[in-house]
Design a protein around this ligand. Structure first.
Ligand code: DQA
Length: 145
């Protein structure tokens, strides 16, 4: 089985970007921990981080994953196009945010993804990705059984 992890714009700066909101761990560390946990469960975790909307859309179109974990970052609040890409491939997904977007500026309160997500995790920092992965692993294993 395969899970695709998608991280949107500016998440390449994790670790040095507004650590009060986003923590001090860098993206490479977060992703390698997730990949170890996935491979221990016999699942491949593919990862793309991009600052470009079209690259995220192309990765979603191209994937043969059974499940997507996505932090669309700022595109959460703007991108009908990424929403349509996920709905177009009809792959179930969990939406993750490091920060609690509901405790921040009003423009972060709306998501173009949440109403279509299997679940949404926010405010728990990098741990949110681990919780999402646990749920994703259960989902793919239940669906393969
Ligand atoms: C974010 C929250 C978004 O509002 C913001 O634009 C990001 C990161 C988060 O993980 O908390 O870039 O998705």
């Amino acid at each position: 089985a395969k899970i695709l992890l998608v991280n949107g714009p500016n998440l390449n700066l994790l670790g040095r970007r507004e650590p009060g909101h986003y923590g001090t761990q860098n993206l490479a560390t977060i992703v390698s921990e997730l990949q170890s946990a996935a491979s221990a469960a016999g699942v491949v975790l593919e990862h793309i981080q991009s600052n470009a909307e079209h690259e995220i859309i192309d990765a979603i179109h191209a994937t043969d994953a059974q499940f997507i974990i996505i932090n669309p970052a700022a595109f959460t609040h703007t991108s009908v196009a990424i929403r349509d890409a996920i709905l177009g491939v009809a792959i179930p997904f969990i939406e993750v945010h490091l920060s609690n977007v509901h405790a921040r500026e009003p423009f972060r309160h709306h998501s173009y993804f949440s109403d279509k997500a299997l679940g949404v995790i926010c405010g728990l920092g990098a741990q949110g990705y681990q919780f999402a992965l646990q749920a994703a692993l259960k989902h793919v294993q239940d669906n393969n059984a």
